[in-house]
Design a binder for this molecule. Structure first.
Ligand code: PEP
Ligand code: MG
Length: 534
């Protein structure tokens, strides 16, 4: 038994479960060449792997039609010929033959003009991974295939992994990399999954399938617990659940400070289900709908109609306020169907509003969908990562173009839809007084703002101690933004993780923040802080 202390909590809660190790195996192909007599055995290995992959894809296709395209590719005769040819003619072993054929195939798809075919390159790579794992005789982990309660442990988790998490089975998450505002932490919090990140070296101390105890609120992990410890943690879990019930009793009390200021408590969400999960907390609306998850969970850029269906449902559910942030992709958020050029500094690169303004047709599909949804509730549009007045004005004028198009089509929308912006870049802080004249509201994104003001990567464990939104520099920025907003009579909210930090509530109220938007799991705690404030 060993107890490990972790400094910062990503998402609180207690778990006592079996470990599910989520580790990508090494899929580097063996490059040794083969003799002529070995060729048939290599071809047989490929046939066996292909049959297994097809059987697996058939099962997946029953549940989700996106795998139909995977199946066609896996069964393509050109793939078969490519692998066989390399084995027979070039004397390559099966691992290298698969790897090269997949590379060639993926490149053919990626260079096609048709957008749909281009996006199939990612499917080819996925199939390649499965085939290669098969011929190497290693197992690929699959978060979507978890069938019993577990604590998932990984080196790191990316947005493409987290979208597969089923919170009724994933009872805890522990990663070696990542910081408390990395995306895995944000998702875990919104799903209410106890999570600890940045736990260096933990993977070398555990085995798949053994039990582990964690108290994420206290930052304690116990590996190889004895029976007494397991019992102790089950007791802690029950006590935690009781405390949760007490807080739930406060939900019907509106968040009004002792001075009588009504504070708006909103949820950060990534999809419609997150809104449903947050509604019991008696929220005042959605302060941040991270629309990128709709793009990341897709096989193609979602169309206007596809997005409209989602936003309409969200607007109906969250009728008081639904703030939809336009696509914030790039940085660490990728799309499986779109090849981003490699960048030296992705967080300083082609991301968020920069992509939307460059890919105007795609941006307009989203804006028209948001506008149409505004006929069904109080919808607000929010632009991410703005650094200049030109960007804000250009984004707003594209919304106006979209309004005209809807007028021509005779489709309804809120003619006075509010258009606000995230304050998450130092430039937007410095120009806040100007922006306040053009934006209908501000929402401070402390996750990015902290990393850009302090020049500290939000996901880098090594400098996690330096990542501190209580730094005087960040607090001064927040204070000046609230002041600038209030001077022009606009509401200033916050949707970065700081808004859900109980320890920050007093300071943020003193600075005059109007709206706190956070992962659903933090709302009860923040409400209590506001109500108890002396
Ligand atoms: C932020 O930067 O604070 C924010 C809310 O946006 P995201 O975490 O999605 O980058
Ligand atoms: Mg951000």
């Amino acid at each position: 038994m060993e107890q490990i202390r972790v400094e910062k909590t990503a998402s609180r809660g207690i778990a006592v479960e079996k470990i599910y190790l989520y580790l990508e195996p090494d899929l580097t192909p063996d490059t040794a060449s083969i003799t002529e007599d070995q060729a048939q055995a290599e071809i047989d290995k490929f046939a066996a792997s292909k049959a297994a992959v097809i059987a697996e894809l058939n099962k997946l296709a029953e549940k989700n039609e996106i795998f139909a395209a995977h199946l066609e590719i896996a069964d393509d005769f050109m793939l078969q010929d490519g692998v066989e040819g390399r084995i027979k003619n070039d004397k390559k072993n099966v691992q290298q033959a698969v790897s090269e054929t997949i590379d060639e195939f993926a490149m053919i798809f990626a260079s096609m003009d048709d957008e749909y075919m281009k996006e199939r390159a990612a499917d080819v790579r996925d199939i390649g991974k499965r085939l290669l794992a098969g011929v190497k005789g290693v197992k690929l982990p699959d978060l979507g295939g978890i069938t019993e309660p577990v604590v998932v442990m990984a080196r790191d988790m990316y947005p493409s992994d987290t979208v597969k998490i089923n919170p009724s089975l994933v009872k805890g998450i522990i990663t070696e990399e990542g910081g408390v505002t990395s995306h895995v932490s944000i998702i875990a919090k919104s799903l209410g999954i106890p999570t600890l990140v940045g736990v260096k070296g933990i993977l070398s101390k555990v085995e798949d399938g053994e039990f582990i105890c964690m108290d994420a609120g206290e930052g304690i992990i116990v590996v190889k617990p004895d029976e007494a410890t397991e019992k102790e943690y089950l007791g802690k879990k029950a006590a935690y659940e009781q405390e949760r019930a007490r807080l739930e009793g406060l939900r019907n009390t509106p968040a009004v400070t002792k001075e009588g200021k009504r504070i708006y408590l909103c949820a950060n969400v990534g999809n419609v289900q997150d809104i449903r999960n947050a509604l019991p907390m008696n929220i005042d609306g959605v302060g941040l709908f991270r629309s990128e998850f709709l793009y990341m969970q897709n096989t193609h850029f979602p169309t206007e109609e596809e997005q409209f269906a989602v936003y309409k449902e969200a607007a109906e559910l969250s009728s008081q306020e639904l703030t939809i942030r336009t696509l914030d992709i790039g940085g660490d958020k990728e799309l499986s169907y779109y090849e981003f050029e490699k960048e030296e500094n992705p967080f300083l690169g082609w991301r968020a509003i920069r992509i939307s303004l460059d890919m105007k047709d795609m941006f307009k599909e989203q804006l028209r969908a948001i506008l149409r949804a505004s006929a069904f509730g109080h919808v607000r549009i929010m632009f991410p990562m703005i650094i200049s007045m030109d960007e804000l004005l250009e984004a707003k004028s594209i919304v106006e173009e979209c309004k005209k198009e809807l007028d021509e089509r005779g489709q309804a929308y809120d003619k006075d839809i509010e258009m606000g912006m995230m304050i998450e870049t130092p430039a937007s802080v410095l120009l806040a007084d100007e922006f306040a004249k053009e934006a209908d509201f501000f929402s401070i994104g402390t996750n990015d703002l902290t990393q850009y003001i302090l020049v500290v990567d939000r996901g880098n464990k090594k400098i996690a101690k330096k990542y501190n939104y209580f730094s005087p520099a960040v607090l001064k920025a927040i204070g000046s933004v609230i002041e600038a907003g209030h001077k022009e009579g606009i509401k200033v909210g916050m949707c970065g993780e700081m808004a859900g930090d109980q320890k920050a509530v007093g300071t943020l109220l003193d600075l005059g923040l109007d709206e706190f938007s956070m992962s659903a799991g933090s709302i009860d705690y923040v409400r209590e802080q506001i109500l108890n404030r002396k």
